[in-house]
Write a protein that binds this ligand. Sequence first.
Ligand code: FO1
Length: 526
Amino acid sequence: MAERQWRSVVVLCGGVGGARFLDGLAAVLPAASLTAVVNTGDDFTHWGLHISPDLDTCMYTLSGHAHRERGWGLYDETFHTLEMVREYGGEDWFQLGDRDLATHLMRTEALRQTDSLTDVTAALCKGLGVEPTLLPMADLPRATWIDTADGHSLAFQDWLVKERAEPPVERVRFVGPAKTTDAVLEAIEDAEVVFIAPSNPYVSIDPILALEGVRKALESKTVVAISPIVAGRAVKGPLAGMIWQLAHREPTAGAVAEHYEDLLAGMVVETGDEDTLPEGLAHVATATVMGDRDDRARLAREALDFADAITRVRPHEIWALVPIKGWSDAKTRLGPLFDDDARRVALAKKLAGHVLDELFKVGLGGVAVVTDHMEVAQFARSRGAKVLLDPPDSEFAHIIDASLDTLVRHKARGALVVMADLPRLDADDVREVLDIMGGHPCVIVPDRHDQGTNLLGLVPPDLFGTCFGHADSKKRHLSAATRHDVPAVVLRSETLGLDIDTPADVLALAAVEPPAEPPADPAADT
Ligand code: FO1
């Protein structure tokens, strides 16, 4: 299976566990392909400063500043300020380190100039050289509150840190406007896969899912969760207890899967935990506890491979689209080779028939022929192809694009535009192109002169407007892919690269074809 180049991966995450998984993804993906949507329900004002613990934990982890064991705060840290506050009898339950304070000072000051926590976060990340995009789940305050079983209501940090998460939880509430940002919704829309990091579902992920439009945006996405529970224990924090208290059931990976209900297309769980999962949930079992950075990268790679396996576009989700002009004006440049039109037409039919026959061997979702000539439509139908009648006398590329839009309406996830005059195309060649299409949104197979485009794979079919009909369509397709910020794979192929347009092409074919058996000399038999 061709190694997939991910264009856009989004991860929903909270603090420590989420940040470590995010760090693993950052180690294996280009920064431009990775966006984290980070919980800000833990944010609060302390010492007059705006503290965003999960954003800081992600930023410090990605920049290598994070304290290894604790996961939050900085590894190279002192607490002189805290000691001095303590001397004053000030609030010393939340340990703010001296270097950590710089972040809170900068963020608080910046938030006096703008109410966009998104922009402030981007500036802080730039300062620390963090390249993946960290998006706060919201720009406005949306605080997580804990209603405890003994009737109190605690702000999140008061419950988690001051009370050390001891009071049993009755309810988790979110206070403030349930408004996410356009950046978050756009990132999710654009994502090829959305991971739910191994964070606490109740107080790190639910705050994100509860925001308007987020669940809706996720409906059409492949969502894969990484289990935060290992063999019935939370890797970090109060999660196991919360599952007992809130779901009234044993804390297992299955309990987490069911908490996310039908959001999940799949789940990555600790080896041995897979039998706690609900029936039918696609999953992969592996070592999910992340120690060092290599561990994180390994887990991230396994999660990506799993996501690829369940999101790959399969052959049966791809349609072939074969444009065939009317026979009479086909292969006119071969005119000189034939003493009459009938033979020229016969060649065009033979070529098109060969291409359709080979395409039908591949197991595609379907084969569609686009034409505006009835005899071609008849020919195509006789071979089992769907016929799309193209809008009369429009440009070749527009005809193709209109047909590709039709395939999208037919729920095709991918389309392979195939020229009808490729004598050396065979089913295996096409399978090779489909395998690349499985993980790549654009595959260009140029002609043997590296000018035209003999096949063009697009996932989705309407990825961008095609440029067929131009002599230099290969170059134009490449720049269209670049314009749409999509990695294009150019596959040069001896066999697929030969299309029959000119007498020279016929000679090239003749040069390849083994000489046909000389016709048996009827006289020789006797
Ligand atoms: N967690 C604690 O348990 N005790 C602390 O004193 C503490 C201080 C702290 C300072 C900055 C920061 O970004 C996070 C800090 N955390 C502390 C962790 C924080 O409460 C949690 O990481 C998140 O809120 C939940 O993931």
